[in-house]
Design a protein around this ligand. Structure first.
Ligand SMILES: CSC[C@H]1O[C@H](OP(=O)(O)O)[C@H](O)[C@@H]1O
Length: 365
């Protein structure tokens, strides 16, 4: 997508054919910083520190991390070492394991002298496929927004609530939850997005708002606790969020707070959609609440906030009393019963085992 008129993907290989370039998302929205990843450690730390985040982008970064790891050790042991380092970066997004499994199976049994070239080609393929998948999610989600628009007065925008960032900065391009929004914009359907700030890392306030501003999509940043009130007052026509791992039965792990929005949506009859690529479906799991690992991150993400002062300095400040402990669960699980439908690259389906099996019969059973 575009920043100041220049098209960016979120991750790419430099002209040297080795260095992996990323937009450092910890610097957004006040600084646009491109960071270089030149080692397995750089890639792993970029995921752990959330310089890159979002399930598909985590997977793509891990794929390129495998490339960088091979430059250090092209043997089978090198592949396993890279796999072991990268798989432990973040536990919830299933794309991480999916991408590493794909890279490992592509590379083992290949001659050493071809492995680096093959690895970069496979990582690039993962990225190119993600762009096409997210565009398709947009195409399949578009009719949902168009139907909501048909229920509005002419010219009135469709009010869409989203949580966290499931935009192009969570993927390679287009995004998942934002793809239908960008497609509606392209079709001239008036939209307005309620952007949950999404404490504690503020992916909504810092990243989704940044994206929508640069894509010229009308939006309003709101505190996380506002969404239910808006839904009670008919100010939300639909919710659309992303996911880090959805089970084959339609249970959805997503950024902490998603479950609460789904409850409010259910209570107010607001459609609640989850946009996801099939790479984010964990076909080995059914009961998300019991089985999906929920990442717990450091207290400082809750007790401190980073921002820009009035005179332009970037500062981090403490917002809690010194000595007050903080809990920081990164995700929650929305049961399938609260999800109106899943929007995938193959179409829209109920959040159920039968629904997903209908779209992905090759994965069923
Ligand atoms: C399209 S995946 C987006 C998904 O990832 C985010 O989590 P994080 O920013 O911690 O990587 C959030 O759950 C988004 O919905």
């Amino acid at each position: 997508m575009r920043i100041d008129g220049k098209h960016y993907r979120t991750i790419w290989v430099a002209e040297d054919g080795w260095t992996v370039m990323i937009l450092d998302q910890t610097r957004l929205p006040h600084e646009i910083e491109i960071a270089e990843l030149r080692s397995l450690g750089d890639a792993a730390e970029a995921i752990e520190e959330m310089k890159v985040r979002g399930a598909p982008l985590i997977g793509a970064t891990a794929a390129y991390g495998m490339c960088l790891g091979l430059r250090e050790d092209v043997t089978d042991e090198g592949i396993e070492r890279a796999y072991a380092r990268l798989i432990r970066t973040r536990p919830t997004a299933i794309n991480l394991r999916w991408a590493l499994d794909r890279m490992r199976s592509r590379l083992l049994n290949q001659p050493y002298e071809r492995r680096i070239e093959l690895a970069y080609a496979e990582a690039a393929a993962i990225c190119d496929e993600d762009v096409a998948i997210c565009k398709a999610i947009g195409d399949h989600g578009l009719p949902l927004i168009r139907a909501a628009a048909a229920r509005k007065k002419p010219g009135e925008p469709v009010n869409i609530l989203t949580h966290c960032n499931a935009g192009w900065l969570a993927t390679i391009d287009w995004g998942t939850a934002t793809a239908p929004i960008y497609r509606a914009q392209e079709e001239g359907i008036p939209v307005h997005v309620w952007v949950d700030e999404t404490r504690p890392r503020n992916q909504g306030a810092a990243i989704t708002a940044f994206e929508l501003l640069h894509q010229e999509v009308p939006h309003t940043v709101i505190a996380d606790n506002v969404g239910g009130h808006l839904m009670q007052h008919g100010m939300v026509d639909l919710c659309i969020v992303g996911t880090d791992r959805t089970t084959r039965c339609g249970d959805v792990a997503n950024k902490i707070g998603t479950y609460l929005k789904a409850l409010a949506a259910k209570d107010n009859g607001v459609p609640f959609y989850v946009a996801l690529p099939s790479t984010t479906i964990d076909w080995t799991m059914c009961d998300g609440l019991a089985e999906i690992p929920i990442e717990e991150r450091g207290e400082a993400e809750v007790t401190h906030m980073r921002g820009r002062t009035a005179d332009g300095r970037i500062e981090t400040i403490c917002i809690t009393p010194k000595g007050s402990p903080a809990g920081n669960w990164g995700f929650d699980v929305t049961p399938a019963r609260l999800v109106t439908a899943l929007v995938t690259e193959r179409g829209v389906c109920p959040a159920s085992e039968a629904g997903l099996a209908g779209l992905f019969p090759e994965r069923a059973g």
